[in-house]
Design a protein around this ligand. Sequence first.
Ligand code: PXL
Length: 444
Amino acid sequence: MNKTPVVLTIAGSDSGGGAGVEADIKTFAALGVHGTCAITSVTSQNTTGVISSYDLPPDVIADQIDAVCIDMDIEYVKTGMLASPDIVLAVAERMKKHALSPVVDPVMAAEAGGELLTKDALSVIADELLPLSKVVTPNIYEASALSGISIKNHKDVRNAATIIGEMGVHSVIITGGHFDASDLVYETANETFTLIPGEFIKGGTHGSGCTYSAAVAAYLAQGFTLVDAASQAKRFVEHAIGGSVPVGRGVPPVNQLSHIRRNAACYHVLQDMEMAVEMIKNCTSFSYLIPEVGCNIAMAIPQAGNVADVAAVAGRIVKLKHKPAIVGCVEFGASSHVARIVLATMQSDGGVRAAVNVRYSKKVLRIIDEMDLSISSFDRAEEPAKTSTMDWGVTHAIKIYGSVPDVIYDEGGVGKEPMVRILGKSATDVAGIAVDIADRFTSG
Ligand code: PXL
């Protein structure tokens, strides 16, 4: 079995849980390395800014580093908030003692607002820590402060990287987010520059710098080259920013687990959809419920925002030789029609994430009534211009009912087949109801 790498963060604590040690440990966990920590300062902060900051005595910081390094096999370390020259000196001394390879994040200020380090601490970082370091990851402002260059364009970024490289560090990554979101990696040994392209992502950035440098350390510990680690870490932070959630009144913290949670949710949805499709396929009487335009079943992940977050059958469910036939695989983004029904429903109740459409008939409505299912409807003739029928119809039917019913139907319109839509928490839920209706349809 491969050994799980152990990495260490030497950084400040953010009581708001967005940046600092808290962000680093979440990043390590998300990337599959074991995270340890030496806390340098305790900041009392939230998403709106830093209220106060208490620096731990340098010998307590050194003890924490010793404690983990004498027990665990650690090579890569990430440093964050090192508030004073004394703290930087103590940390640099322990780097030498334990032959550690630091990824230095020369943190100067909190994303939410507030200084985190004194000016003289930055010069001690440059003089004492950078010569021992594997890589330093300043943003544009930190790179300006370290190099003394006022950075206004890409040429300035390269010049700043070269100047910082001359401080004795192996490599420099100047992170973007300013001109075109790209990062510049400068490796001093062979004087090579590598541009890592990126895109501006909508979302909160509190903790993005900490998360980035922690991710670089985690990828290096897993054996990636510096450029690969830099590029993977950038993708990781982009996902974390995209998945940020507003948890307070200020800058939303990045979410290191959003990608993992999304993948897990997709897996559960696919599993449920596969079972639902089997239930429908094995129900011969379901063929009586298949509309002229075909049938589809869909289920969304929690917090779905668009059609790509909703799984459905790629080519619909049709009637073939008096039996239901599933045409195509279950895929995300496969149906825009039933997906829109689900997305519209979720606007009112996030827990109702699945739908299946079946053939309308008076008999089907009677069975639904017998089954005590709640029901609402809309009339296409009342649809305002320039709306999407599914968005408007479903929202309207929910509004007049007062909450999300089990069934929404409409009686069609010019060139539009009437339709019944069964709504529920999961694909197997709605398939179960549809199969029940189908069995009653043929036996009654
Ligand atoms: O992202 C920089 C940073 C580092 N360390 C601590 C922080 C912050 C930003 O808020 O709070 C403790």
